[in-house]
Design a protein around this ligand. Structure first.
Ligand code: TNX
Length: 489
């Protein structure tokens, strides 16, 4: 038997109580916003944009009248307590109307996402059962990563991904903008990076790059979905596309050819050359000016061709540059060896790594254990796409772990959150991207948002089953895992 919508919410809310009554959307229903709240208005317009095509109802957005009217949806900051934080919300049905209370845009926006899940996926009746929900996230960083460097994805495809992330209350999209195979962002002071480096891709992958205007368009679209973009320029390894674009960056002054293979660890910037730091500071400077978010991800992974001493010297200079730009540095866990500064963020991915060491130096952790959330890993031995060097990751494996206990000696307060990367050596189009992300990403979203208590794989898989029809209605190409008793409608 199918579960009621309110029993199938993902991520699972902090508190949900079933109440009597129902809110029915009708041709008279309006979306009413507390006067003067621009955050509420922005969220209300978003909701209307989603519900009109779904329901065929006019659903005008208006400033709220005094009294609540049945069948209407209200957005208000009144009664939203500090315990909700910026991202939390309350959603309740009261006398036939539905009220979303929050303190900021993200809270209103997440109230909308829960409301969407309380409605049927594709066909009416457009009724919301009597409920009281109070909800806020466990972790502030809940993300995914898309590697646009191995294979490029277009602005429209990234927007589509942003919409899907937002539906599950994910709030970070990390864009891996450079690697050996390609450079994907225009840098005016070093234009050949994009013009030449952007023309490469992994074998079978797509070439291309974002103009600055396109990146800004994506950043604004992300913001309208309560998502912060995290741009990454991978340094000092994974830099063949840059080295191929500018001979002067190479030790011997000779530019290598573009690289289409999958092997890693052969390329490095020259830590002893001063022009290297001019390059890094120009690139990060332009990127910092471009991105509204506070983060700059500088990679730091698998620099197997950089000597330890050079790596430390290089990363120290990069830390200075990022600090001068006023941004927060993020790096893969190899940067622990370089020495961290308080406030740095370390993305933990390797099996044998030392998160405690990072915490001791004042850093916070983003958990991306490769055995759980590297979503380029195959589901099982028969999965055609993806790799298997870290693990095979079925839907249960991606869900049944905890960010705080996955590595030893880490405490709740050390962990900023979770992020699920999608590397694209074998993923070259939107359909394949969706297939690897969904449905595993829903589990990651829940791990990042919901309290650990009160949920388990056994009950999660039943909730997930109810999202089959939702993903289908959204046209998502998802993996029909045999571990999940998918609902048909
Ligand atoms: C390791 S994870 C990498 C990537 C590859 C990925 C493939 C990390 C920081 N480095 O360069 O794309 O494996 O699964």
């Amino acid at each position: 038997m199918n579960k009621a919508q309110y029993e199938s919410l993902i991520p699972k809310p902090v508190l949900l109580e079933k109440r009597g009554g129902v809110c029915s959307l009708t041709p008279e229903s309006r979306i009413c916003v507390q006067a003067g709240s621009t955050w509420a208005l922005q969220a209300a317009e978003y909701l209307a944009g989603r519900l009109r095509p779904l329901t065929g109802l006019p659903l005008p957005v208006e400033e709220a009248a005094q009294a609540f009217e049945p069948g209407c949806i209200y957005f208000t900051a009144q009664g939203a307590g500090t315990e909700l934080g910026e991202e939390g919300y309350q959603l309740s049905t009261e006398e036939g109307c539905l009220i979303i209370r929050a303190r900021g845009f993200a809270g209103f926006f997440y109230g909308c996402q829960t409301l969407r899940q309380l409605l049927p996926p594709a066909e009416g009746p457009w009724e919301i059962p009597g409920v009281f929900i109070e909800d806020y996230p466990r972790f502030p960083w809940r993300g995914s990563m898309l590697d646009v460097a191995r294979s490029f994805f277009t602005v429209d495809e990234v927007k589509r991904l942003l919409d899907l992330l937002a539906a599950y209350k994910l709030n970070r999209l990390h864009l891996h903008l450079s690697d050996d195979q390609g450079w994907r962002i225009m840098i005016d002071s070093w234009p050949n990076l994009a013009l030449h480096g952007g023309s490469g891709a992994v074998e079978g992958g797509r070439a291309g790059f974002f103009t600055k205007a396109e990146y800004q368009e994506l950043a604004a679209y992300a913001q309208s979905r309560a998502i912060t973009l995290v741009p990454e320029i991978d340094l000092p390894g994974h830099t063949n596309a840059a080295l191929a674009s500018y001979p002067e960056l190479n030790r011997d002054g000779v530019a290598p050819g573009l690289y289409r293979g999958m092997k890693v660890g052969f390329s490095t910037l020259a830590a002893e050359k001063e022009i290297t730091y001019k390059f890094v500071s120009d690139v990060l400077g332009e990127l910092a000016a471009l991105t509204p978010g506070p983060y700059l991800h500088v990679g730091g992974d698998e620099a197997h061709s950089t000597k330890d001493e050079e790596y430390r010297l290089f990363m120290g200079r990069v830390q200075d540059i990022v600090a001068e730009l006023g941004k927060t540095l993020v790096g893969w866990d190899e940067i622990i060896q370089a020495g961290l500064r308080p406030g740095d963020l370390v993305q933990i991915w390797r099996k044998d790594t030392r998160p405690r060491e990072a915490v001791r130096q004042g850093a916070k952790l983003i958990m991306s254990p490769c055995t759980r959330v590297y979503l380029d890993m195959k589901y099982g031995p028969e999965t055609e796409l993806g790799q298997d060097w870290a693990a095979l990751i079925e839907v249960e494996d991606a869900y049944s772990w905890d960010p705080v206990s996955v590595y030893p000696d880490v405490g709740e307060e050390d962990v900023l959150g979770v992020e699920a990367p999608l590397w694209t050596e074998t993923i070259h189009n939107l359909g394949d991207m969706e297939y690897m992300l969904f449905p595993r990403l829903l589990g990651v979203a829940e791990i990042g948002w919901s309290p650990r208590q009160g949920r388990s794989w056994e009950e999660y898989r039943l909730r997930l089953a109810a999202h089959g029809p939702r993903l289908r209605a959204a046209g998502v190409n998802f993996y029909r895992s045999g571990q999940v008793p998918w609902e048909e409608r």
